[in-house]
Design a protein around this ligand. Structure first.
Ligand code: ADP
Length: 322
């Protein structure tokens, strides 16, 4: 990819601790495995693994885990010029389990964690100004000072001409209330050129229990160029000013869906940055979504998010049925 095609992903990177055995509560778990995560970091690695140029902007603890995460970004060729380390606070941890009854149980160590302490003054403005795409979520909107850092980073990148990409990535347990989550997630809605939501997020944000064109279009705003609604094993619906439609998913044996959405949007951003006309050409857009669906599908076939993110050869072999 050309050197001007930088995708900058802003937000949190953390460690998920997942039980060594499945179907137990956090209290029952005999032990936990470390799984690096955080949607914006996953997206940066997804881009890089596909051969794109990615940078991650966020704050880690100046501790073993923070250094480990920065090392993972580096190993994956993600530009780390926007990474900061906090001397006082730890890298965020999330203990997460899927109980036998199918309920997900979370316990977060963010009291506060380093990512929440990123300040606007600390941002690497040159890096932000060099972004062709600026991608972000909503977890960085929850508390100050990170919220102000998020707002400033968006402003700087947008003023420099970056295409703005938003995946709200709803994590309800992190918000003080569902109302606040909905309100703050939507507070930056009209800044985005590209928005990706999952079916669950569509229901949450619209308050409708229908996943249809009408509910999706209720999220439309006049400056938006592309709205994507991902539907898990049912693929993806797309909406632009000029056309709308859907692209089927690939059939795979899903083992762990963590990171499928990050893999999907990372792939979309790679395709868009390489050819902006995708946003106006339906045939090209469908091809790009097909590629992104393949990325999402492959990511579900292995445990964890980062280890499961595909390279281009793996994607092409799924698409070509090899
Ligand atoms: P999120 O991780 O944000 O909830 P989804 O689960 O909708 O996002 O997944 C994103 C994309 O990954 C989907 O649009 C689809 O293309 C692909 N995908 C996800 N789950 C599966 C699955 N079980 N089988 C095939 N493809 C999947």
């Amino acid at each position: 990819m050309a050197s001007g095609d930088l995708i900058v992903s802003f937000g949190e990177m953390l460690i998920d601790f997942v039980p060594t055995v499945s179907g137990v509560s956090l209290a029952e778990a005999p032990g936990f495995l470390k799984a690096p995560g955080g949607a914006p970091a996953n997206v940066a690695i997804a881009v890089s693994r596909l051969g794109g140029k990615a940078a991650f902007v966020g704050k880690l603890g100046d501790d073993e885990f923070g250094q480990m995460l920065a090392g993972i970004l580096k190993e994956n060729n993600v530009n780390g010029d926007g990474i900061l380390f906090d001397k006082g606070a730890r890298t965020a941890l999330a203990f997460v389990t899927l109980k036998a009854d199918g309920d997900r149980e979370f316990m977060f160590y963010r009291n506060p964690s380093a990512d929440m302490l990123l300040t606007p003054e600390e941002l690497n403005l040159d890096l932000l100004r060099s972004a062709k795409v600026f991608h972000y979520g909503s977890i960085s909107l929850i508390v100050e000072p990170c919220r102000s850092a998020h707002m400033k980073a968006m402003e700087v990148a947008k003023a420099a001409g970056a295409l703005m990409s938003y995946d709200p990535n709803l994590r309800l347990p992190l918000w003080p209330s569902a109302e606040e989550a909905r309100e703050k997630i939507k507070s930056i809605w009209d800044k985005a050129d590209i928005i990706k939501v999952s079916d669950v997020e569509l229901e949450f944000l619209t308050g409708s229990n229908k996943i249809d064109d009408e509910s999706a279009m209720s999220l439309w705003h006049p400056n938006l160029k592309l709205l994507l609604v991902t539907l898990g094993e049912k693929g993806c619906n797309y909406y632009t000013k000029g056309f709308k439609g859907s692209v089927d998913a690939f059939h795979v044996k899903a083992i762990d869906t963590t990171g499928a959405g990050d893999s999907f949007i990372g792939a979309m951003l790679c395709k868009i940055v390489a050819d902006l006309s995708i946003l106006e050409d339906e045939a090209k857009l469908k091809q790009a979504i097909k590629f992104a669906n393949a990325c999402g599908a492959i990511t579900t076939t292995k445990k964890g998010a980062i280890p499961a993110l595909p390279n281009e050869a793996e994607v092409l072999s799924l698409i070509n049925g090899a």
